[in-house]
Design a protein around this ligand. Structure first.
Ligand code: ZN
Length: 242
């Protein structure tokens, strides 16, 4: 089985279009949406249309739940709150319905997908450290768990003795005696200093994982953000990849 993993699209249709064009050339069996289709960007309905029509399945992110009033935005920063408010004001009923039907986790027995972290997904935990990753490995049994949420690619693995280590997040050889927790980065608002859209490809047959990067028309997304009245801070950070 070959999987494409997309996360944190954040209503960036230009980035999502380019990523889907690339995915089309890769002949995957599963295209999994890892959450946060909306928030921050200007095109929530167009992005959710594409996600709903193109993805095999998907899970809910914190912004997805925030715009439908299902998660508390008290711990969102002011820019994120403003984006949630603007997104809610233009959200169409089909989009609302799609977001309200998303589950917290997806699994096919070999691969798990969850937005933030496998232990208690609605807690929206960030996995930055080996210590946190070690705790998260106790909450799933699949060989691989793919996540998003931080917008920063990362990879951790655990061996049979329970030793956890952090690995290079770009290209990985998946070894059968280990399990993996992999952050696939963000399609629509990367924060690792690289402004290109990020997504993951896992080929179960060859045992290879790769983080893909794709350029897209950032100016076009920024123009739409300005028109919608989104904060300059959110507009400028796309070019910086921060
Ligand atoms: Zn996000």
């Amino acid at each position: 089985m070959k999987y494409a993993l997309i996360s944190d699209i954040h209503a960036n249709a230009e980035a999502l279009d380019r990523v889907l064009m690339r995915v089309d050339t890769l002949h995957v069996d599963v295209l999994l949406f890892l959450g946060d289709g909306v928030g921050y960007g200007p095109s929530p309905n167009r992005c959710l249309d594409l996600i709903r029509n193109r993805c095999t399945s998907g899970v809910a992110g914190n912004h997805d739940h925030a715009v439908i009033g299902r998660t508390n935005t008290a711990n969102f920063n002011l820019y994120a709150q403003k984006a949630v408010y603007l997104t809610s004001s233009i959200l169409e009923s089909e989009s609302y319905r799609y977001l309200s039907e998303l589950e917290y986790e997806w699994s096919d027995g070999e691969v798990r997908g969850v937005h933030a972290a496998p232990c208690d997904p609605p807690a929206w935990t960030y996995v930055f450290s080996v210590t946190e990753a070690a705790r998260q490995f106790s909450c799933f049994e699949e060989t691989l768990c793919f996540i998003g949420h931080s917008h920063i690619p990362a990879a951790f693995s655990i061996d049979r003795s329970g030793h956890v280590e952090q690995l290079d997040a770009v290209v990985l050889e998946i070894r059968p005696e280990r399990r993996y927790l992999i952050n696939v980065g963000s399609v629509g608002q990367p924060r690792d200093g690289d402004s290109r859209a990020a997504f993951g490809i896992y080929d179960g047959d060859s045992g290879r994982y790769e983080l893909m990067r794709i350029e897209y028309d950032i100016s076009e997304t920024q123009k739409k953000m300005t028109r919608l009245g989104l904060p300059d801070y959110l507009i400028n950070r796309l070019r910086l990849g921060r």
